[in-house]
Design a protein around this ligand. Sequence first.
Ligand code: NAD
Length: 362
Amino acid sequence: MTQEYRITLLPGDGIGPEIMAVAVDVLKTVAALQGNLSFTFQEALVGGAAVDAVGQPLPEETLDKCRNSDAVLLAAIGGYKWDALPRELRPETGLLGLRAGLELFANLRPAQIVPQLINASSLKPEVISGVDLMVVRELTGGIYFGKPRGIFATETGEQRGFNTMAYSDSEIDRIGRVAFETARKRSRKLCSVDKANVLEVSQLWRDRITALSAEYPDVELTHLYVDNAAMQLVRAPKQFDTIVTGNLFGDILSDIAAMLTGSIGMLPSASMGASGPGLFEPVHGSAPDIAGQDKANPLAQVLSAAMMLRYGLNQPEAANRIEQAVQKVLEAGYRTIDIQSPGTTVLGCQAMGEELIRALGT
Ligand code: NAD
């Protein structure tokens, strides 16, 4: 039986349309090869492109289309052109609105060392060789959203700024479930990161995650304090498989984990809600400095499409096909300019897409 999926495409700004075109070709090819998959694509406006067309970065129509689809594939938003606009009209506001509108509380960011690009990392090859980990970050709670917050004047005439780090049982449980399920799709090892030695909110986090582990006896659970986790990530990253943590710690640790690989043009991400479609996008931005020049690396976008298949649509076989095709083109020595090294063949964005299609067919 053929599985049909409606995918909303948000090409956005800068290099977005170029890398999205490659991902769509790859998805169409995968569907043809699988034989049991079919995609209906619908495009919508977001970011600067939406500001230019309709005067706001997240039109209601876009949100409606996203809600009425099985998954959302986003490229990137933003650019110098819109930097001076008031905050409500900035492309980034559109992206935040999208995450909020789709109630995406879980952010998944893998960091996997591609053997062919091992020298792109600032760490020693023997430390990072074989790294394959996933950071699951809580995205809509914690200190970034906690209330009360603000800056007030004290009696002594000083100003005092403050924020609130708070998590409720249900918020911890729902991100915990995503993390345990994610670990199940990987090596069944989950490390929960907190600061339970100092923070009550972290003590609750640790208690709830520990209680939840009874439902997942097949997943091995460990705990680390965030300062130690940061150290371990650069000291011995191979010890990790899946990491789950709150918003603030996850913001920092996911960037550390990403940079283990050293190449921003290679990093995909997924954001998921309790129900409804997930949002899949590269970690990088719209790279306005190289937009329209056929220089962009489309691989993070293509790997985001693979994450969409694996985590959003539960089609691991199709996801594997894409990941293997990426591996093959790199093994064949093809590179975009951002990841080139001596002895490799530099291709433009479009030509890299053509090589991917060729690799998929072999
Ligand atoms: P950026 O990620 O766009 O670019 C940083 C550097 O990496 C640039 O030199 C760029 O050319 C390069 N780069 C990024 N992606 C690449 C790719 N796929 N192939 C080759 N080179 C690539 O970050 P920035 O310059 O800080 O931001 C540019 C714009 O993107 C800003 O408007 C920012 O707000 C926006 N942005 C958007 C997102 C998003 O859509 N999720 C994320 C980050 C930044």
